[in-house]
Design a protein around this ligand. Structure first.
Ligand code: C5P
Length: 232
């Protein structure tokens, strides 16, 4: 598979494989990567990964593993064995869990990128207080991003609003994979903290996860082309 340099990752949020593949077939694998999440994977299993690889796509397997170190490392290894470009874990699993995952990839010489989820963007400061997090969500994001970097993660999932600060703390090479992207002319939908593609790239995000703005467009590649132009 040829290495591609686009920052765009299209979220294939579908409940069945034919729908996911119909969308994939309308996209160009040289101009975007695709993301498989928990719903599609739980319904279809690794067949979704294989079918997308056969079509030439690089895959981000977004399963957010969070378990004891050995179990999480085995899951990450299973994803890497399947050839995915990127997968992820929860930074809340702690240093030893992340180190075990990174070590397993290194030991098996896998090039799969491994990134960490810091704080789910759905959680408010009050809800974080309920689970014992003292301080703001922003402080917790920064703490977990630094820990993820020290533990060998290649980057984090973060909102564009966090990218600038994380670029200062963790550097340019640390991946900042950002969902909640809406082109300037689009409807926000259920997303609360949204940013335009060009705004997110300027803020320091290295990759953009785009779902409905492309997958619900009448002509998905036209919507994707408009995003490419906006960030060029
Ligand atoms: O359709 P939309 O562009 O909102 O899709 C965004 C994708 O990114 C979805 O797959 C969603 O689950 C995921 N995501 C998110 N916000 C986060 C983490 C992941 O929207 N904080």
């Amino acid at each position: 598979m040829a290495a591609i340099s686009t920052p765009l990752i299209i979220a294939l949020d579908y409940a069945d494989l034919p729908s996911a593949l119909a969308m994939a077939d309308s996209l160009d694998p040289t101009r975007c990567r695709v993301k498989i999440g928990k719903e599609l994977f739980t319904r279809t299993g690794p067949a979704a990964i294989d079918a997308l690889h056969e079509r030439g796509f690089e895959v981000f397997l977004d399963l957010k593993f969070h378990d004891i170190p050995n179990t999480a490392a085995a899951a990450v290894e299973a994803a890497a064995d399947r050839g995915v470009w990127m997968t992820n874990v929860h930074a809340g699993g702690g240093r030893r869990m992340m180190e075990a995952c990174a070590a397993r990839l290194a030991e098996k010489r896998h090039a799969t990128r491994l990134i960490a989820v810091t704080v789910l963007t759905s959680l408010s400061d009050d809800e974080l207080g309920e689970i014992g997090v003292v301080g703001s969500a922003a402080e917790q994001v920064e703490r977990l991003a630094m820990l993820a970097q020290q533990s060998g993660m290649h980057g984090v999932v973060c909102s564009a609003k966090e990218s600038t600060r994380l670029r200062e703390r963790c550097g340019d090479a640390f991946l900042k994979v950002t969902p909640g992207i809406r082109p300037a002319d689009a409807d926000g939908g259920d997303q609360r903290r949204i940013m335009t593609p060009e705004g997110a790239m300027a803020a320091g995000s290295t990759h953009l996860v785009v779902g409905r703005a492309v997958t619900r467009a009448a002509i998905p590649m036209e919507a994707l082309t408009a995003i490419e132009r906006a960030i060029a």
